[in-house]
Design a protein around this ligand. Structure first.
Ligand code: HAM
Length: 414
């Protein structure tokens, strides 16, 4: 029986991998420009990290985690996201005594047991940034600038919407939640089961409900953005004003509350109309470090869903196709041995070179060279070997000429 890949996972290869490499190259360049430190944390962590960090009542923890007991009887979870892992590492490695603020970036796979559809996978990858140690709106802004810069830089400007909201600090949120609960209470019995649960455990998430009857009830609900304290209002306005000045397009969406429990203050999401899905999201999470056992540390960050970003870049495939500089077309052992030195030197000098590895005929090699998009073919037949010459064929226009068979002459002609 054939073994096939698991549902919601993908093999990435040939043309597709070129898009991934292009995206990854840009991420590394951005990380360098913003002086972000790369961090790599384990793919599996103690389950408690996510139940405490991300929140027991979230869909991610409640419904989507890959959790199992290891052979030592420990409850282990494949990371469904990376913020909690980075915070664990921040605390465990004492980064607070290093520099502050400290900025990290990561790229890696995460796992959520979700219903499959285009752009929704069980193994997916994110590029994320986490900044620890700043209460200032400037840290929120920096995270938004990095994430929008990333999308613009890879060619997605105009193809996404940045929606932004503030869900307030502990103080203003508590007051607001009382208001929201009083508004909901008379209609609670007609709301969906999830909302009934959320009403007690995490009322803010009621606003995120997609069920029509709940949305109808909530349409005149008070909004947290209209109920912020002065500090939260100030930070929000400063970020908005800066976005205007920077020409970063945004839309205020009072309903954004995010699906993970650790957020406070400014939160945002990037969505793609073409996909009808979020391609990234983030915000401030000032209590997570403390909740996971560290000292009280303000923090902001975001995660961009790379599988979705790559889907939006499909049409770059042709442009990113790679070319081979020279294919060496040789059908006898003497020529093969003679060519190895020159081929080695060309490769050492950055040229992409291919040669026959499977005793193909002349015609089959020419076909192969065409398929791998060789720009030039060098033909080394018996006569050429004798005269220390070779035939250089330009594959674009089919022209060919005889040149000396040595490194300098080849480089001069390609
Ligand atoms: P998130 O909104 O859960 O946030 O995920 C961020 C992005 O990951 C989403 O916008 C989406 O593009 C992508 N994503 C999520 N689930 C899937 C899936 N099943 N298949 C494909 N792509 C998916 C976080 O994970 C936070 N840790 C972000 C953050 C960092 N907040 C502060 N710091």
């Amino acid at each position: 029986m054939k073994v096939t890949k698991q549902k919601g996972t993908r093999d990435i290869y040939l043309d597709d991998i070129k898009i991934w490499q292009f995206v990854e190259r840009n991420i590394r360049e951005i990380a360098n420009a913003y002086n972000l430190n790369e961090i790599r944390t384990p793919v599996f962590e103690a389950t408690e990290l996510f139940s405490r960090g991300v929140g027991e009542e979230t869909d991610v923890v409640n419904k989507e985690m890959y959790t199992f007991l290891d052979k030592g009887g420990r409850s282990i979870t494949l990371r469904p996201e990376l913020t909690a892992g980075v915070v664990r590492s921040y605390i465990e490695n004492g980064f607070d005594s290093y520099i502050s603020p400290i900025k990290f970036w990561y790229m890696g796979n995460m796992y959520r047991y979700e219903k499959m559809q285009k752009g929704r996978y069980r193994e997916f990858s994110q590029f994320g940034v986490e900044i620890f140690g700043s209460k200032s709106y400037k840290a929120d802004l920096e995270a938004i600038i990095i994430s929008s810069n990333f999308l613009d830089r890879i060619g997605l400007r105009g193809k996404y919407t940045l929606s932004i909201n503030s869900i307030g600090c502990k103080k203003c949120r508590e007051e607001y939640i009382n208001k929201l609960k009083s508004y909901i209470k008379p209609n609670l019995s007609s709301m969906c089961d999830d909302c009934k649960k959320r009403y007690d455990k995490n009322p803010l998430r009621v606003l995120d409900c997609k069920v029509e009857k709940c949305q109808e009830i909530l349409k005149d609900a008070p909004m947290i953005l209209d109920n912020l304290c002065d500090d939260c209002k100030n930070s929000f306005n400063k970020v908005i004003n800066s976005l205007e000045k920077l020409n970063i397009n945004y839309k205020i969406d009072k309903k954004i509350v995010r699906g993970l429990d650790y957020y406070n203050g400014i939160v945002y999401e990037y969505t793609s109309d073409d996909l009808g899905l979020a391609i990234g999201g983030g915000g401030r999470y000032d209590t997570l470090v403390e909740n996971l056992g560290g000292a009280s540390t303000p923090a902001v960050g975001f995660g961009m869903g790379l599988n979705r970003v790559v889907l939006l870049l499909e049409d770059m495939k042709e442009k990113l196709k790679s070319y081979v500089d020279v294919y060496f077309l040789i059908t006898n052992d003497e020529g093969y041995i003679k060519s190895l030195d020159v081929i080695k030197k060309l490769r050492e000098n950055g040229y992409k070179i291919e040669q026959d590895l499977s005793e193909k005929s002349f015609r089959a090699q020419l076909k192969y060279a065409d398929k791998i998009k060789a720009r030039y073919v060098i033909i080394l037949g018996e006569d050429e070997i004798k005269n220390n010459k070779c035939i250089l064929r330009n594959m674009e226009n089919g022209s060919q000429k005889e040149i000396c068979f040595n490194f300098d002459e080849i480089v001069d002609n390609i």
